[in-house]
Design a protein. Sequence first.
Length: 147
Amino acid sequence: MLAGGALVFAAAPSLLFASEAEAAEDPTALFNVIRKQHGLPPVDTDARLEQAALYQAKRMASRGKIGHSVGWGNGFVARLRQAGIRGPAAENVAAGQRSTTEVFDAWMKSPGHRKNMLDREFRHYGLAWATPADKPRYIYWAMVLGL
């Protein structure tokens, strides 16, 4: 049995927060604080990207393995096609971080993940997490970015 979910919030992406700590309660707001600090337009969630991220997070948690291709025939491009996602896209994966703030911080410290998060072309994203039954406090994260 896996636990997991897409991190979806109803707050408008342009909502202003007094501090980054407040924004951390809403992944989209936190992501947009990061993008704004780099002079980039905001992003919003997309249901197809969230489903693709959730699928990957659950696959990683079920295998106890971090990667973009977990199991035969489940590479990134194949998963995008299966989810009906067309056009440019990118994926960030991670494991072990305990919060959205921690995983965003880790990705911003990694050149490839940072590049994905700060890509001006991407206007939508999906963020999801999953935990394995035998380690319910260990989180596997996936973010899929797209147009």
